[in-house]
Design a protein around this ligand. Structure first.
Ligand code: R5P
Length: 294
């Protein structure tokens, strides 16, 4: 298998290429004066190929489609798309009449050019039902646990019940207890945590979630834990979007350290998602993905 990587993803492509033992080619990108994209894969390919591509900002979504097409033009007979952060996946159904099912539209378009898909830590795995081929979601629990283990953690918490599975996986690797907080979302940027009787006095607590977006969830949870007597609160998430003033909010709340993976490249990306992508690729190639909805 050959790895075709997006420009600007050198560190991740190198780590992934090493994990997979594959040759790697970075595709060529050009932007025309009118903003349209151009993609060329310089290598001559035979057999299957994996394409590592980002989907955000939105221009990269178009570029991913072109990269998949170019990879076939370069000779690949089968193409697996590796998307570290699958944007638009949260709108995986119409919540109100007339809404676009964004995950269906985006995954349907990608599925015209990619045979299989691997992504990392989806908010809702059922979004993958909208991809026509086999698709795998892999959680980087091992990598996050290793990073937290180096920092010393007494308790792992999920900010809400829905995130409990991930926190449990991380806690099991660390050998610590885990629990979850009770979050209610008030608006796109504000959340409220119901009081919870947790013994965190003097403890180093890690809150583990899938996404840090506006930082409201992590900031509110951190403030509550420090108020309850925690010594140090670390926040870890797979995807660091850090929209608006998220970093300032986290700092103001008293977060001791923010750890995110490089599914989205940020200054806080201290964990590589290469291992998760490599595991996912192995699973999808072995055909051990989840059964698709009919
Ligand atoms: C929502 O349930 C997700 O798991 C995250 O908790 C959420 O996206 C975080 O958003 P924010 O950082 O804006 O609170």
């Amino acid at each position: 298998m050959h790895l075709v990587a997006a420009p600007g993803r050198d560190d991740l492509a190198r780590a992934l290429g090493a994990a997979l033992g594959t040759e790697t080619t970075t595709y060529e990108r050009q932007v025309f004066p009118d903003g349209e994209r151009y993609v060329r894969v310089g290598a001559s390919l035979t057999g299957p190929a994996a394409v590592l591509a980002d989907l955000r900002p939105n221009d990269l979504l178009v570029e991913a489609l072109l990269a998949l097409d170019a990879t076939r033009e370069a000779g690949a007979h089968e193409v697996v798309l590796l998307v570290p952060y699958l944007s638009y996946a949260r709108q995986d159904r119409a919540f109100h009449p007339g809404e676009a099912v964004s995950a269906r539209a985006i995954l349907g378009a990608l599925g015209t050019r990619a045979d299989q898909l691997v992504t990392v830590d989806l908010h809702t795995e059922t979004a993958l039902d909208h991809f026509p081929g086999e698709a795998i979601n892999e959680v980087p629990a091992l990598e996050i646990a290793e990073a937290l283990g180096e920092r010393g953690v007494d308790l792992v918490l999920a900010p809400d019940k829905g995130a409990r599975g991930r926190a449990a996986m991380v806690a099991e690797i660390l050998g610590t207890p885990h629990d979850h907080l009770e979050k209610t979302r008030l608006s796109a940027t504000e959340v409220q945590m119901a009081p919870k009787d947790l013994s965190v006095e003097g403890a180093t607590v890690a809150i583990v979630d899938d996404i840090i977006s506006t930082g409201g969830t992590m900031a509110t949870a951190t403030a509550q834990l420090l108020e309850a007597g925690a010594e140090r609160v670390l926040v870890a998430a797979t995807h660091g979007l850090f929209v608006k003033d998220a970093e300032k909010r986290l700092e103001a709340a008293g977060v001791a350290e923010v750890l995110v993976t490089d599914t989205v490249r940020t200054g806080a990306s201290v964990v590589s998602c290469a291992g998760a992508l490599a595991r996912g690729l192995g699973r999808v190639r072995r055909g051990s993905g989840p059964a698709k909805a009919p």
